[in-house]
Unconditional design. Structure first.
Lengths: 514, 253
């Protein structure tokens, strides 16, 4: 487990915007109880004596040319989460810890970077390069790594396996991630080092400070688990590639992704699996990540098809300063048995449907849905699915084609006994009408500033509201009329009436017939 | 392109067929077209119906008659071909004319289960999706609703349709009469809703009734004009009036 502590994260973030601020005293302020207080300061300001918690006026007295910004916790959190994504280069399990720290679970990852020692150096130097001062601690448990990052330097910050107990002994009680009032209480008792109370009976400590002290000790020593919310679930399969020179060109990135896809697909073939969702994460030189994802309707391990989908997404991608690493992660995989393809592979005679092999037809429909969904958007490529409802706009809805099986049961959308319009407006449009009396179809109506004279009408068809769907019982019923105007255009109008209130009925146009 | 002729001696019928295919950019055999079901219309079309693997253009101001007529044609086409129908709409078309409604399509003869509906923000994406659909061999037909299309993109669609044998339908709403008809389509139809004439006091129920004009037809006889009705029960067209042949009109009144 690794803990990365960024002691001057906030000011480093500001320095990244302008390089010349780096060596000037810099601080951020926030107003607390109507006074402006220093929230964070960089190394140069700290050497001048300005530390977080100072009043702004005092800080100016110490450093007259102090550059001050208002603190922006939202932007800080955003930047930290971006940085966490970027650390996905080391391990898929990354978590944000507080406002200036990250957790990395590096179990099984260290050997990829040449050992723990070199991994820690790599993280520190890469962080330095993108402009963040970083302290890294490595230990068996998250708690010990947290302490090592903050209180140990040099070789000591890598706590060897099994050496946690002795390493923690010498550290002050602040290394236990305890709230400030408990630390103050421990100090008052003279228990300033962990070794002072590590061997003590837990009972008296728990009576005085609650169970938290014991819990933190157990967590640091790895006797109990820490609850860490990892940023995302671990993908089942992952391929990674690093480049000695940053890649900038779209075609080069595509070629690299093709290699990753080939590697992934050969692994999938061994596992008898197919992917439903694939993420391509590109790590840029300037500490950002770019994420592309593709989704497929059915489990897929055909490299050509996956590459076609990914290539479409990569089109027009501009890597500002270049890509230094790429990771391809299969975030959703399902079992996929090997299938026998028909001989010939291609469809011979297209005009005779009997020749078309049905499994191949299904496969190519799925491929088409994949490529359309990936370019136009998952929610814009859809199929009709019916739902039990009286309301016409709810009775049928469009469901993303990626989620609907190709063969829906035959009689799901049944032929309606009553006529239904062929085009329906998602929001019924208000119209002005002239009617000859109540419960009668209109004789004239205005829709979109055009006058329509009703020649013939059919109706009414009364549709009551679905009261069980609303908390507040709605009483407006709809009377639908199928009308034809003098030019032969047919419309579906309805009159909304509220039985309980005396308000006059309102008319809407809901759809048009063919 | 037609492959170079290897055999020197060809029968006259074969030669005629080749000349015809060069003239019409594809061969019109009887198996290559879908009969509409009205003999008077089918006789004017090459191959006796709407040919597969071609671009057919339907012009309609309001998209009501056009949607209904295309739905009926697609429904008939699915009886001949396997696979799905891809219907591409642009968002502007949905806002202006409403989205597709499955029970209405069902009544119009098209099974909504075999439909993939695509909503694209721009017309450029509609054309891209149509071409993508036409290049794949799994669809029976592709329909796109577009307002503007230039000769180049319509030619691309025509070529893609020809290569895969998938029919392409283009539903266009040309507002003004003088709008360009520049699409490289095999057939072009104009559709309008037709009112019931005053003399025939047809009572309820209200029925779909379209005035269908065949404006252009490569390898066939353009210029026909008919009034068709959709018969829900039979799921077929019904000829009401033929403007080319006055005798039917007089018998029908």
């Amino acid at each position: 487990m690794i803990s990365i502590w960024l002691p001057t994260f906030v000011t480093d973030r500001l320095c990244r915007q302008k390089a010349k601020w780096r060596y000037k005293p810099l601080a951020t302020v926030a107003s607390a109880h109507k006074v402006l207080k220093i929230e964070s300061s960089n190394l140069s300001a700290r050497s001048g004596g300005v530390y977080p918690g100072f009043l702004l006026a005092d800080a100016y007295a110490l450093i007259p040319d102090l550059k001050v910004f208002e603190s922006d916790p939202v932007a800080d959190a955003k930047e930290l989460s971006l940085l966490a994504d970027w650390c996905g280069f080391y391990t898929p399990r990354v978590a944000v810890d507080g406002i200036d720290s990250l957790w990395l679970d590096i179990s099984g990852c260290a050997h990829l970077f040449g050992g723990e020692d070199r991994l820690v150096n790599n993280i520190e130097s890469r962080m330095q390069r993108v402009g963040f001062e970083a302290r890294v601690g490595l230990a068996d448990s998250p708690g010990a790594a947290w302490a090592a990052a903050r209180f140990l330097q040099g070789k000591k910050r890598l706590i060897a396996p099994g050496a946690t107990y002795f390493a923690m002994m010498d550290l002050p009680s602040t290394a236990l991630r305890l709230p400030p009032d408990i630390i103050h209480g421990l100090d008052c008792l003279g228990l300033s080092k962990i070794s002072d109370f590590l061997g003590c009976p837990r009972g008296p400590l728990a009576v005085r400070f609650g169970s938290i002290v014991g819990e933190r000790i157990d967590q640091a020593l790895g006797r109990s688990k820490d609850l860490i919310s990892w940023r995302k679930t671990v993908p089942c399969l992952r391929e990674q590639i690093s480049f000695s020179e940053p890649l900038c060109h779209e075609n080069d990135i595509a070629a690299a992704s093709r290699r990753l896809i080939d590697q992934l697909c050969s692994k999938l073939t061994i596992d008898q699996c197919g992917v439903r969702k694939v993420d391509l994460i590109l790590y840029t030189v300037n500490g950002k990540t770019c994420r592309f994802y593709i989704r497929t309707k059915t489990p897929e391990r055909n490299p050509d098809h996956l590459m076609k989908l990914l290539r479409e997404n990569l089109r027009g991608f501009v890597a500002e300063f270049g890509i230094e690493a790429a990771v391809l992660a299969a975030s959703q995989a399902e079992p996929l048995r090997a299938t026998q393809r028909s001989m010939g592979g291609r469809l011979e005679n297209l005009h005779q449907p009997s020749v078309v092999d049905s499994t191949e037809l299904v496969e190519s429909v799925n491929h088409l849905i994949d490529s359309l969904s990936n370019r136009i958007g998952e929610h814009n490529v859809s199929r009709f699915v019916s739902r039990e409802s009286h309301l016409p706009e709810r009775a049928v809805y469009l469901c993303p084609a990626l989620k609907v099986p190709l063969n829906i049961k035959e009689d799901e959308i049944s032929k309606h006994s009553l006529q239904r319009p062929i085009r329906l407006f998602s929001y019924p449009e208000r119209i002005k009408t002239i009617t000859s009396g109540p419960n009668k179809p209109p004789t004239l109506f205005y829709w979109r500033r055009e006058e329509h004279q009703v020649v013939r009408a059919e109706g009414p068809e009364r549709i009551s509201p679905e009261w069980w769907r609303y908390k507040k019982r709605s009483t407006a019923t709809r009377d639908y009329y199928h009308v034809e105007d003098e030019r032969g255009k047919r419309f579906w109008l309805y009159c909304e009436k509220n039985c309980l209130s005396k308000t006059p009925p309102t008319w809407f146009l809901h759809g048009t017939f063919a | 392109m037609i492959a170079p002729v290897r055999i020197n001696v060809l029968s006259l019928a074969e030669l005629r067929r080749r000349v015809e295919s060069i003239k019409c950019a594809r061969s019109f055999d009887s198996g290559m077209a879908m009969p509409i079901g009205i003999k008077k219309i089918d006789d004017r079309l090459p191959g006796g119906g709407l040919s597969f693997g071609c671009l057919h253009e339907f012009i309609d101001k309001g998209f009501d008659a056009g949607t209904g007529f295309c739905t009926a044609l697609l429904g008939k086409l699915l009886a001949y071909r396997d696979g799905f129908v891809l219907w591409c709409l642009s968002l502007s078309s949905i806002h202006e004319f409403g989205g597709l409604y499955a029970p209405g399509l069902m009544a119009g003869g098209l099974d909504p289960q075999r439909l993939i509906v695509l909503r694209a923000a721009r017309e450029k994406d509609v054309l891209w999706a149509m071409e993508e659909g036409l290049r794949c061999n799994c669809l029976a037909a592709v329909l796109g609703e577009v307002r503007r299309i230039d000769l180049k993109s319509s030619r691309r669609l025509q070529l893609a349709a020809k290569a895969s044998g998938t029919s392409a339908f283009l539903l266009r709403n040309l507002i003004a009469e003088g709008d360009s008809y520049s699409a490289a389509s095999t057939t072009r139809w104009r559709l309008t809703t037709a009112p019931v004439s005053a003399s025939t006091k047809q009572l309820l129920p209200l029925r779909e009734r379209w005035r269908v004009e065949l404006l252009r037809c490569r390898g066939g006889l353009p210029g026909g004009e008919w009034i068709l009705e959709w018969n829900y029960e039979a799921g077929d067209f019904h000829l009401v009036t033929d403007f080319c042949d006055r005798s039917i009109m007089s018998t029908k009144g």
